[in-house]
Design a protein around this ligand. Structure first.
Ligand SMILES: [Zn+2]
Length: 316
């Protein structure tokens, strides 16, 4: 496995290229395993005429200007060093994209990658935060001494490899799941509120679009949030996730009840997140999403109606 890092310059001109200035990498036998080899090459910049603010502060900037290698030569050297390794990992998930972008600019093919692992996302899952942790903070958190300067691609690859020792199998398994599921991993415990009924609705789509079904409330503080899309678990059974800015993500379940004469009633619950429920939600996500209508015509209609007859039952 290759853990790699790039330093680049965005420039200020119209060429949309994150011009790579350094490629740094380490080869490890596994995530959290031993570093068995290292790689570093500086790339002489020749696309942008000016440096952006971040590039200006790179500690090894002069080494890029002193480098005899252009990007195609540097990439070939990197490709040869990678050999048959096709699993790549980085901190943040941007690096491989930038590598691809530079390859596209120079009309060369990127190194073959069979798997890309975002170790920052895995680390966040491991330590239980939904936010991206800066590499220096992660190193600090893990008690790794800061003996090497950050923002040197090789040093950052080394730090990433050392920090990844903290990433366990659970975090990696979570990383493979859809983001909706990952976000529910830190769902706080709460007393489930009573089921909320709304309607009547003339059709399934009307119920899924219905404000009564889509408006969810944080079970801890009551702050309301909107469901943007539903995932079908079974006919008349839908899941969604929503977020309270203070208490994180919650799961919302919608059950549609058919009445004898046709119209539907929506029954919304906010169930506590259990592994079994997450499995059901994951299956529903794989079935595909039903996006709630938010076309301009529709939202205008809603707005108008909200102002004129706010408590009118929904029949759409
Ligand atoms: Zn809340």
């Amino acid at each position: 496995m290759i853990i790699f890092d790039l330093e680049w310059n965005r420039g200020y001109d119209k060429t949309p290229l994150e011009e790579i200035l350094q490629i740094g990498a380490v080869r490890v036998d596994a995530i959290g395993g031993k570093i068995v080899d290292t790689f570093c090459i500086f790339v002489h910049p020749c696309v942008h005429r000016r440096l952006n603010r971040t590039a200006k502060t790179l500690p090894e900037l002069q080494s890029a200007f002193d480098s005899p290698h252009d990007f195609p030569t540097a990439l070939e050297t990197f490709r040869n060093w990678c050999g048959g390794d096709t699993v790549f990992a980085d901190w943040g998930g941007d690096d491989f994209e930038v590598l691809r972008q530079n390859c596209a600019f120079w009309l060369i093919s990127p190194p073959e990658a069979t798997q890309l692992i975002d170790l920052q996302a895995a680390f966040s899952l491991r330590v239980g935060t939904n936010q991206g942790v800066a590499l220096y903070r992660a190193a600090e958190y893990c008690g790794i001494p800061d003996v090497f300067t950050f923002h040197n691609a090789l040093n950052d690859a080394v730090y990433t490899a050392l920090v990844s020792e903290w990433i366990n199998a659970d975090a990696l398994a979570l990383l493979a799941l859809p983001k909706e599921i990952r976000r529910l991993n830190n769902c706080p415990t709460f007393t489930p509120p009573p089921a909320k009924e709304s309607g009547p609705y003339g059709s399934v789509q009307a119920a899924l679009n219905g404000r009564g079904c889509r408006r969810a409330a944080c079970p801890i503080c009551g702050e309301s949030a909107w469901v943007r899309r539903w995932y079908t678990a079974a006919p008349d059974d839908y899941f969604a996730d929503f977020r309270c800015k203070d208490h994180g993500n919650f799961l919302c379940r919608l059950h549609l009840l058919h009445t004898e004469d046709g119209p539907l009633t929506g029954q919304q619950t906010i169930p506590p997140v259990t592994p079994a429920l997450l499995q059901e939600f994951e299956k529903a996500i794989r079935n595909g999403a039903v996006t709630c209508k938010s076309g301009s015509k529709h939202s205008r209609h809603w707005k108008k109606r909200r102002h004129s007859t706010p408590k009118k039952a929904e029949t759409r």
